[in-house]
Design a protein around this ligand. Sequence first.
Ligand code: GLY
Length: 379
Amino acid sequence: MTRTSATVHVPLGARAYDIRIGEGLLSRAGAEIGPLLRRPRVAVVTEARVEALHGATLAAGLEAAGIGMAALALEPGEATKSWRSLETVVEWLIGEKVARDDVVVAFGGGVVGDLAGFAAAILRRGVRFVQIPTTLLAQVDSSVGGKTGINSPQGKNLVGAFHQPRLVLADTGLLDTLPERDFRAGYAEVAKYGLLGDAAFFDWLEANAPALAAGDPAARAHAVRRSCEMKAEIVVRDETEEGDRALLNLGHTFGHALEAATGYGDRLLHGEGVAIGCVLAFELSARLGLCPQEAPSRVAAHFDRMGMRRRLADVPGALPDADALVGLMAQDKKVRDGRIAFILARDIGAAFVARDVGLAPVRALLAEALADRARLAVS
Ligand code: GLY
């Protein structure tokens, strides 16, 4: 049963679609997806954990509308976003006789969504796909906006395509089974929207995020909806990231360097890197005299209250020095003409894309953060 539901429309002309948000949407999947189908069958790409937890609900939801499904369950984890898995998925879809007018369903978190979306983008020069995101991160960010792709051995998300889904079904009830650490990591992307463009939303999060973390359905639905509205609005302005879409990378330049330094694994989840990166981006903005001095501590205090990783001292194991971290930032794909694009802020809710930041203040900030980390480790 759907208890609360909302629709965010993404008005992209011929590529327009709806994001449906609500509890219990999975059991209505057939009614939601059915109008897109030319024959009553879908190919579902998922991962083993999600299949075990929610596969039967999806199958029943489709079956209720007379829709059959075939499913491929991959290994969970970032390593699945690989050339090898792409080949597995594409060959499986061909084996399942998925035709140009069929629909592929990506059922899982960001890894499954990015991989299955990319497979759909290249299969038969593009077939339609539906995102059913099962993590907070995927519901508020990766399932919306059409970025699909895989990692190369040389870096994250280096291979991919823009391919918009035809529908996103964000069943907020699925967040009940999300491990707490994944919830907190995904929450960094929710907070990011307030920080980059909606101070009132950040105020709301400061007051309501503890209820959100405790599972309050109305708070959860509101947070996912507002995040999707903001993402949709930015994507419509700049679908292929020529300009403003880069705002969505607030915290990501620092975050990606930390993820690279920690091996893209369990030591530091993507959202944890983003949270630490957001605090560093506000600190850098304050040091450059661009935003009020108290803004970084307000961001850090909120993340601290939410039990999130928010500083370098929260990253376990060894980290490279400031020069090496800056080097990792320079390998990131957001580099143009040798200058790193940073998302800086004039205040909470007022981020902007800065392409002319010198590396010296970045290096100094990281050196100090690393020194704080060392001090905290010995005290
Ligand atoms: N996750 C950033 C973007 O979709 O542009």
